[in-house]
Design a protein around this ligand. Structure first.
Ligand code: DX5
Ligand code: ZN
Length: 215
């Protein structure tokens, strides 16, 4: 199976979002990665359901919503109504991650779980059967344009093995600092979905950026 590309809108031109999402889809992006930040779980604020629902009519791409918010279970309905297809919450942000994953699935969308770089893989192993997607952060969440943390590659290999043995339905996604120079390393370690912000929306030609990111 070839890798799925999920460009992160955080690096797009916010004054022209409809055009940006159309260009990303035309470049072959299957997913669109939507980074929601609350200024509490992470020290930054991005956008919320109003922005997501306003771009929904402009693309058929899968909306891959990455909630960097405290207790994501509180706001699921808003993101489902806005047009999310996958909702990912952070393990570190949930008082009851298993219940959060169950609630995401019950709301009719795919359920994702994200882990920060310092969270041990064993901590989430028992949750994998409840996940449709595991999002491995390869930078500290909060900002685009950071440098890939090299130890992430080994973590991806570990998660790949866990998923293959315990939860074959679960996609493995990597997020943070992915570019044409390191994409082979992460796909070689076994990821299914690549998030790319600055290396995609920072390019002049998105089709060429997509080609480079597919290795
Ligand atoms: C960081 C976000 C990422 C970010 C990726 O908190 O979760 O999705 O936008 O951007 P790049 O690819 O520039 O690291
Ligand atoms: Zn993200």
């Amino acid at each position: 199976m070839s890798v799925i590309l999920s460009p992160s809108l955080l690096a797009a031109d916010f004054s022209a979002l409809a055009q940006e999402v159309k260009r990303a889809e035309a470049a072959g992006a299957e997913y669109l990665h939507l980074d929601v930040m609350d200024g509490i779980f992470v020290p930054n604020i991005s956008f919320g359901p109003c922005v997501i629902s306003s771009i929904r009519p402009h693309t058929r791409a899968v909306f891959d919503v990455h909630l960097m918010v405290t207790e994501p279970a509180r706001c699921l309905r808003d993101y489902v109504s806005a047009g999310a297809d996958i909702i990912t919450g952070h393990y570190e942000a949930c008082s009851d991650p298993a219940e959060t994953l169950r609630r995401i699935r019950a709301s009719g969308v795919r359920a994702g779980l994200s882990v920060k770089p310092a969270t041990p893989p064993e901590a989430v192993r028992s949750l994998l059967p409840l996940c449709d997607l595991l999002l491995v952060m390869s930078v500290e969440p909060g900002f685009g344009g950071q440098k890939y943390i090299p130890a992430s590659t080994e973590r991806i290999r570990t998660f790949r093995q866990m998923i293959d043995s315990d939860a074959p339905q679960c996609l493995l996604e990597v997020d943070g600092g992915i570019n044409a120079g390191n994409v082979r390393e992460v796909t070689g370690a076994g990821v299914d979905v690549i998030v790319a912000g600055s290396s995609f929306f920072g390019a002049d030609d998105y089709t060429e950026a997509a080609r480079l990111l597919r290795g």
